[in-house]
Design a protein around this ligand. Structure first.
Ligand SMILES: C[S@@+](CC[C@H](N)C(=O)[O-])C[C@H]1O[C@@H](n2cnc3c(N)ncnc32)[C@H](O)[C@@H]1O
Length: 373
């Protein structure tokens, strides 16, 4: 088996995965269910787990998850002995699964973490895990669906729907639209079912964003429950979309937390902090020129959506209308990738200064916001 090379886009994806997993796990081990029980089964499913490491021993997603869960469990003050963290790792390449198992066996993790390995297709794996976790009553499950390409025989829309039929599950889906854009013209049949495109249609979408919109709309249409979806678009240096990291959940609070975690690691202005490492650059092994190049490359794959976009979204939605803060907040929470922290200082105040809205009222939350025509 040949290990994969750790690409910049993988490193980037892992940054977001780490941020979300830590938030998700911390919330789950400290919170109770609606009926005031504890969640005693926390389930993490990685159906495309790969071998657990890359050519230069960079960690893969299963190891990243295990380390996060283990560190949080270790730091916990009042040890909850009755929880179980179940990790289901799968890859259809058996040699990768064996490699992963060996790697994990060298480590020692908290004994509340239990691991199950499979080497079947992701579609089969999802069915199997869903069948198994149905029996747990107080559980929460997160599925990381991370394929190289899109197609029904890689992961089908039906499989994603199956996961979401349960109220306690959520998904992080790495939607590799670059694969679709590159290949749809030559192999349309590969993508028709996943995107529910009409056969032999002449109107084949061309852009990654169009495919992601089709996918998210289809999912919303087909799931009978409320779902919240936040899609983060990642571009390369040439401004071409590589993939969308799509977060799907049933719960508004989880959704807000999910979005906050993502913004924290993005270069979205809201949470951007100086690292304070400026002086260290002088100690770098690289020349200044190399450093600049390195920084540019680091910035090459980035979240496209910036806080600035929210201004335009609000103007489009509320043009000519008078609304209160609650309505704006509800809309932002439910239908955009932005969070509460983006609303006031980043958007409403600047819009007021730019003369695009008038605020009537004494304080922010009880004001009426009148958007210009
Ligand atoms: C992008 S890699 C996963 C990377 C890994 N999640 C990480 O972040 O380190 C995709 C993996 O999916 C596996 N794979 C491809 N098609 C599959 C399928 N239909 N079912 C299961 N695994 C598949 C490949 O062998 C490969 O290891």
């Amino acid at each position: 088996m040949i290990l994969d090379v750790y690409k910049e886009q993988t490193e980037h994806k892992h940054k977001y995965l780490r941020a979300y997993l830590a938030t998700w796990f911390k919330i789950l081990i400290s919170h109770k269910t609606i009926t005031n029980e504890k969640y005693n089964q926390i389930i993490y499913v990685d159906s495309f787990s790969n071998a657990g490491e890359y050519t230069k021993h960079e960690k893969g997603s299963p190891l990243i998850a295990l380390e996060i869960f283990n560190n949080i469990l270790k730091a916990e003050k009042n040890k909850k002995l009755d929880i179980e963290v179940k990790c289901y790792f799968n890859d259809y390449d058996k040699t990768r699964v064996e490699y992963l198992e060996e790697l994990i066996n060298k480590e020692s993790f908290d004994r509340r973490i239990k691991i199950k390995y499979n080497a079947i297709t992701a579609n089969e794996h999802i069915v199997e895990v869903m069948k198994e976790i149905k029996k747990y009553s107080s559980k929460k499950a997160l599925f990381f669906i991370d394929p190289y390409s899109v197609a029904d025989d890689v992961v089908s829309l039906e499989s994603l729907k199956l996961i979401l039929e349960n109220n306690d599950t959520e998904i992080i889906f790495n939607h590799m639209v670059s694969d679709v854009v590159r290949n749809i013209k030559n192999y349309p049949e590969k993508y028709e079912t996943f995107y529910q495109l009409e056969k032999n249609t002449l109107n084949i979408p061309k852009k990654g964003k169009e495919f992601n919109d089709i996918f998210t709309n289809n999912l919303k249409k087909e799931i009978n429950k409320e779902i919240y979806i936040a899609s983060y678009e990642f571009l390369n240096t040439k401004n071409v979309t590589i993939y969308f990291l799509v977060f799907i959940t049933h719960h508004p609070t989880g959704y807000e937390k999910m979005k906050e975690a993502i913004w924290k690691v993005s270069d979205g202005e809201l949470y951007h902090k100086n690292t304070g490492n400026k002086n260290c650059e002088n100690l770098s092994l690289f020349s200044n020129e190399d450093n600049t190049k390195l920084k540019q490359e680091k910035r090459a794959i980035n979240i496209k959506n910036k806080v600035e976009d929210l201004k335009g979204i609000l103007i489009q939605k509320f043009r000519g209308k008078e609304v209160n803060y609650e309505e704006i907040y509800e809309f932002v929470l439910k239908y955009t990738i932005f969070t509460k922290g983006h609303i006031q200082q980043k958007t409403l105040s600047p819009l007021e200064k730019e003369g695009k809205l008038i605020r009537i009222g004494t304080n922010i939350s009880n004001s009426i916001y009148k958007f210009k025509e």
